[in-house]
Design a protein around this ligand. Structure first.
Ligand code: PLP
Length: 367
């Protein structure tokens, strides 16, 4: 058996001609920075999300950093970040010279509302919600708290392209939403890429200036900016892939349901909980088991690749340990990290592959 965790080749094979044509067109036109594909992609992605503004940037980390900068938060204030997320979510806070407060996660592996209530204090200026694994967080409860305490919300949707909460796409609930188009994402380009979305004009223009050397026109530098752009070649690729996204999400959903069906009777496994009113983008299919390392090795021996997202919660990492470990050491997040295992999922797999993987997992637990 040879079941890959990710196989971008098999994805691009089916749309290869269109992609090569698009790249060739942009090379022939010398259309690299800015350009028609970027303009159109921004429009098309806004339409897909049903949001007013979309700004292409260089990657998902920049998207977060620029979003925070645009919010103009009080100096020395705190941003609340989930303890289990990719490092970028937290890096973006520190790179804006703001403080981090980590919040625990619950069985959904997203922000635990109970702990969030404890972590909000007079220094809280923003909360970054991460829709981890593509599963939407409990937006209703977080929005209630926003109303009460009037903090800003950034939705980190790097893993949640197309995911929905109450029939509405994630990224449209907070003040600003951010996306990564890293190649392995559900919507990924052929290099680094990202975007920032918002319904608020003032944030959009502020972010546009920040990402373009402080101005909206060439040689105009109104504020301190930087260079962070989604290039036209990548935008052209993303336009082609965006047309496939709903289909790919549907495939992932079928696969996730199959895993849930096949594996639900194994007592030694539990699943990451999904909220009822949500549609997951199923970027990652994560199970939990105390036998994680042995199961991982067993599956590797059978030719099945798996992943761990992530081996450590952020407060356990060297960067954060000194300042944050003490108040985080009893978090569920740290316990879950030892049990989580990401199973293969995606349009490169057939339903029969999911069955094979599930059967291997069953035989591991039955042996
Ligand atoms: C939750 C989350 N946030 C942010 C990012 C950063 O995106 P990028 O790699 O495009 O900078 C990622 C990418 O893996 C992510 O998973």
């Amino acid at each position: 058996m040879n079941i890959k965790f990710l196989d971008l080749n098999s994805q691009s094979n089916k749309i290869e001609k269109k992609i090569f044509d698009s790249i060739k067109k942009n090379i022939n036109n010398s259309s690299f920075i800015g350009g028609k594909d970027l303009i159109e992609f921004q429009k098309e992605f806004s339409k897909f999300l049903k949001i007013k503004f979309c700004l292409g940037v260089a990657n998902g980390t920049d998207a977060l950093e620029i979003a925070i900068k645009a919010l103009d938060l009080k100096k020395g204030s705190e941003i609340i970040v989930p303890a289990n997320t990719w490092i970028s979510t937290a890096e973006a806070v520190l790179n804006n010279n703001l403080k981090i407060k980590f919040v625990d996660i619950n069985e959904t592996h997203n922000i635990c509302i109970k702990d969030l209530k404890k972590k909000i204090n007079k220094h809280t200026s923003a909360v970054i919600i991460v829709h981890l694994f593509g599963n939407p967080a409990n937006l209703d409860e977080i929005l209630k708290l926003k109303k009460q305490y009037s903090f800003k919300i950034i939705e980190d949707c790097a893993q949640a392209h197309g995911a929905e909460y109450n029939g509405k796409k994630v990224s449209t609930f907070g003040d600003i939403g951010t996306f990564s188009f890293f190649p392995s994402k559900n919507l990924g380009c052929y290099g680094d890429g990202g975007c920032i979305v918002t319904n608020q004009k003032k944030y959009f223009f502020k972010m546009k200036k920040i990402a373009n050397h402080g101005g909206l026109k060439k040689n105009s530098h109104l504020i301190l900016g930087r260079n962070s752009r989604l290039d036209n070649l990548q935008a052209g690729i993303l336009r082609i892939k965006l047309k496939q996204l709903n289909k790919w999400i549907k495939i992932r959903n079928e696969q996730a349901n199959l895993y849930l069906n096949y594996l639900s009777d194994i007592k030694k496994i539990s699943f990451v909980k999904r909220l009822n009113n949500t549609l997951s983008s199923n970027h990652l299919m994560v199970i939990k088991t105390s036998y994680r390392n042995k199961l991982k090795d067993y599956l590797r021996g059978k030719g099945i690749q798996t992943g761990i997202h992530y081996p450590k919660s952020l407060p356990e990492t060297r960067l954060f340990k000194k300042e944050h470990y003490k108040y985080c050491k009893n978090m569920k997040s740290l316990k879950y990290n030892k049990k989580i295992l990401s199973l293969p999922i995606g349009e490169h797999l057939k339903l029969s592959d999911i069955k094979k993987i599930s059967n291997c997992i069953k035989s591991f637990f039955n042996d």
